[in-house]
Design a protein around this ligand. Structure first.
Ligand SMILES: [Zn+2]
Length: 500
């Protein structure tokens, strides 16, 4: 590298040879330092960012890391402030097949502000580690991470710095956004707010597999259901069909947090730092139940700090408390099973096309229906074990496929659906042929043939649904490939409860 000609005269006429060379080297070094400083990444300070500073910080990320970031707004708040989202990962710019979307939403309650700041630091940490930390790099190559630092910018603008209280909790019209989602038990006299409509549209457009909603005022992970099915006011444990998965996700966070697992007593103490929502206190119109019931994904609510709006000098400590937990929680998007759904062509019998909108269920945990995307993808988080996938679609024969999930990896299971005989839109009814199952399983590529017959098999499998609906599935060819990625890295009860 040569010194630019404009700087050469600064070192004199060259009559003193060694002094001239030393001068040139010094100038060159200063130039390199200046250049490096000018293009180096702008850090996020441990201070509160208002709406303008927050937007500027997100834009800086997209300028500093253009290949692995993108940014968009899901819409505007009541007062017209944008609800920004930063996307991170190799596929940040556009969705990629079988690459799951995950998200964190913070600051839904405008006066619970810690998550708003931590998501900026999380973004910086992910980006700075890309290409350096093997686990995080692989994660960002295999995942699209969406971060919404504030769901309630208007509430934040009104909020006052205080550990407790409700000033700024609601949106500009005073509505609690975490009581405003569609829910049979919700009081419909509350009109749906723009911030909620924006998030509903967002999660219908983006197939989020795993999400968390960051709040403040306690230290606990709260998982579905938030209200007891059939009795929304009942304060009892309301287990969802995926209760084991939710408990695992919640424990992943609480155990990775520096203190949460110990059951720290802010406003209440929780065993292992986790709780079922309805058991803590019933909530109607909450976001996590809506997400789980309607969007083919899993969501929990995490209370990440005892103080809702702490002093600025506490932000760094709170980041260090939560950093590993925030990272480890999202890594769990890569467990269970995922794959593609194909359906027999209506024109050529041996041709199979991608099928979107197929209902995906796991036997024994029916009740929540996930659906394949327009690209034919589906995902289901599951703990290690043996399961049976149930795939249904009006145009095809109901199909069941057994499969295994092993620890530390996600199983790949693609399913081919046979077109139902007769008119479309009907399932094959009683008397149909179970057919044959052909399963290619595991890394060893082992194959085995197994025939099932009629209701005996259904009874053996304990598949009450089949009997009740008179459906008989035809089990067809499946491909099971294992491991796409394997990753290893790395409050308040009574009246107060309603204000977390
Ligand atoms: Zn809250």
């Amino acid at each position: 590298m040569k010194l630019p000609s404009v700087l050469v005269p600064l070192c004199g006429d060259g009559s003193a040879k060694y002094a001239y060379m030393a001068c040139q080297m010094l100038l060159l070094w200063l130039l390199l330092v200046f250049t490096f400083t000018a293009v180096s990444v702008r850090g996020v300070e441990f201070r509160y960012h208002n709406q303008f500073a927050l937007e500027e910080t997100l834009r800086n990320f997209t300028k500093d890391y253009p290949g692995i970031t993108s940014m968009y707004s899901v819409g505007k708040s009541v007062l017209g402030q944008e609800m920004w989202v930063l996307v991170l990962g190799k596929h940040a710019a556009r969705p990629a097949l079988l690459v799951p979307n995950v998200k964190y939403i913070a600051n839904m309650h405008g006066n619970e502000v810690v998550g708003r700041e931590l998501l900026l630091h999380l973004a910086q940490y992910y980006l700075s580690q890309y290409g350096k930390n093997v686990t995080l790099t692989r994660f960002l190559q295999a995942t699209r991470v969406h971060l919404m630092p504030t769901m309630n910018p208007d509430g934040f603008s009104n909020a006052e710095q205080a550990c407790h209280g409700v000033t700024g909790r609601g949106n500009a019209l005073g509505y609690d956004l975490n009581r405003n989602f569609p829910d049979n038990a919700r009081d419909d006299s509350n009109p749906q707010q723009p911030e909620v409509t924006n998030v509903i549209n967002w999660i219908q457009e983006t197939n989020f597999l795993l999400s968390a909603n960051l709040h403040g005022g306690a230290l606990v992970v709260n998982y579905p259901f938030d209200s007891y099915p059939g009795d929304a006011s009942l304060q009892e444990y309301a287990a969802s069909p995926d209760d084991d998965v939710f408990r695992h996700l919640a424990l992943t966070y609480s155990r990775s947090h520096r203190n949460m697992y110990k059951g720290v007593n802010c406003v209440a103490s929780f065993e292992q730092g986790i709780t079922n929502g309805a058991e803590w206190y019933p909530v109607q119109g909450g976001m996590q139940d809506y997400m789980y019931r309607n969007s083919s994904g899993y969501e929990v609510l995490i209370e990440i700090s005892c103080c809702k709006y702490p002093r600025q000098d506490q932000l760094q400590g709170l980041w260090e408390d939560n950093r590993d937990a925030l990272i480890n929680f999202l890594l769990e998007a890569h467990m269970g099973v995922k794959g593609l759904i194909y359906g027999q062509s209506s024109k050529v019998s041996d041709v199979f096309d991608i099928v979107g909108g197929a209902v995906i269920q796991v036997m024994g945990r029916e009740g929540i229906q996930f659906r394949s995307t327009a690209l034919g993808e589906y995902y289901k988080l599951l703990l290690p074990g043996t399961y049976t996938l149930l795939v249904s679609h009006p145009d095809f024969v109901l199909t069941t496929v057994p499969f295994e999930v092993t620890a530390g990896r996600v199983s790949r299971l693609d399913v081919k659906l046979m077109r139902s005989s007769g008119s479309s839109g009907r399932m094959q009814g009683p008397g149909g042929d179970w057919g044959q199952e052909r399963r290619t399983g595991g890394a060893a590529g082992e194959e085995k043939e197994k025939s099932l017959s009629g209701s005996n098999s259904a009874a053996t499998l304990g598949f009450k649904f089949l009997h009740q609906l008179w459906f008989l599935p035809q089990i067809i060819s499946v491909m099971v490939t294992s491991t796409v990625i394997s990753l290893s890295v790395l409050g308040c009860k009574s009246d107060l409860l309603n204000f977390l």
